[in-house]
Every structure is written in structure tokens, then in C-alpha cells.
Design a protein around this ligand. Structure first.
Ligand SMILES: [Zn+2]
Length: 177
């Protein structure tokens, strides 16, 4: 799924806890896994270069690009990275308030887990997620053409998020300190 949609779709999943988590850390955790997707784009292009049109698109989409960052281990590593980033920000006194490092780690890890959960419905076959990386077992919930169904759910979810954000902004972020 598109990287930029992940934070919003994930945020809906985390909605019941939204007041407790750090939104920036959650969004970072939800987007950073696709760095490895970015990394594999040139390889996918090379591997599929002989094909054209729809065949090329299908080949590139199925090229395995989900490894460490799309796993539970990756969620921990990204959480540590995001927490270190916030520690640095605290040290440099860029923001007025200091952040709670444990909360940053948990928020980031939740963001990554929401990303993994959503990706499970979108990627299958050789490109399915290896949640237990470095164990090679790949799991997927993308079956029976459910990708299309989940695309619709994602778009509806984002529309709902926009609605909540615009009309209930006070309630959403009102008591954030
Ligand atoms: Zn992903």
C-alpha cells in the first residue's frame, strides 16, 4: 500500500489509544518500513526490464521487497531508531517539551505494527511479509482478490480520518500536552 496512506490508516486502528501515544513517533513508525521497498525498486526494475506494460507492473509489484523492516524485529529496531532521534531532538532543545522516551518507542512500534497489519492484506507470494525475520516464513492475508476490497477500505478509512480530524479536531488533540 502507498507509504503515505499508512500513517492515517494505522492511526484509525490506534484510535482508541490516540490520546496516549505520540503521533509523530507513531507516523514515523508507520512509514519507515517502506524504506526497504524504496531500496529494492532498482533491483525490481532490473529483474523485470525485459517485460512491458501490465506484465512489467505485475512483475515489479511481486518482486520480493519485504524483509527486516517488515517484521517484529524491524518494529523494535525502528522504535529504537525513532527513540534515539527524539533523544537527540531533546538534547538539541529544538522543542520546548521533553518527550518520554519509553512512550516514543511504544508509539513508533505501534505505528510499525499497524503498517505490518495493513501490508499483510496487500502482499502475497514471494513478496509476502516475513514477520518473524530472519526466519524466512512468509505470511499473507492477500487472497481471493481481497487487495481490491482493502483498497476500498483504506480509502474509506482515510476519508473517515479526514472527517474526524476536521470536525472533531478539538476532541482529538485538545488535551495533548
Ligand atoms: Zn510496507
Amino acid at each position: 500500500m502507498f507509504t503515505l496512506l499508512h500513517p492515517f490508516a494505522g492511526f484509525l486502528l490506534a484510535a482508541p489509544k490516540r490520546k496516549k501515544i505520540n503521533i509523530v513517533a507513531f507516523f514515523l513508525g508507520a512509514m519507515l518500513p517502506d524504506l526497504e521497498g524504496l531500496y529494492f525498486i532498482p533491483f525490481a526494475y532490473k529483474a523485470c526490464a525485459a517485460l512491458a506494460g501490465n506484465e512489467f507492473t505485475a512483475c515489479a509489484a511481486d518482486y520480493p521487497s519485504h524483509f527486516l523492516l517488515h517484521s517484529f524485529l524491524g518494529a523494535i529496531l525502528i522504535g529504537v531508531g525513532v527513540a534515539m532521534f527524539f533523544l537527540l531532538v531533546n538534547r538539541m532543545k529544538i522543542m520546548k517539551q521533553k518527550t518520554n522516551t519509553k512512550l516514543i518507542f511504544i508509539s513508533s512500534a505501534l505505528g510499525t505494527l499497524s503498517h505490518l497489519f495493513i501490508d499483510l492484506f496487500f502482499h502475497g507470494g514471494a513478496d509476502a511479509l516475513a514477520l518473524l525475520y530472519p526466519v524466512g516464513l512468509r505470511s499473507s492475508l492477500a487472497f481471493l482478490g481481497l487487495q481490491q476490497f482493502w483498497n476500498i477500505v483504506a480509502v474509506a478509512g482515510i476519508a473517515l480520518f479526514a472527517y474526524i480530524y476536521l470536525y472533531k479536531k478539538e476532541k482529538l488533540f485538545g488535551d495533548e500536552k
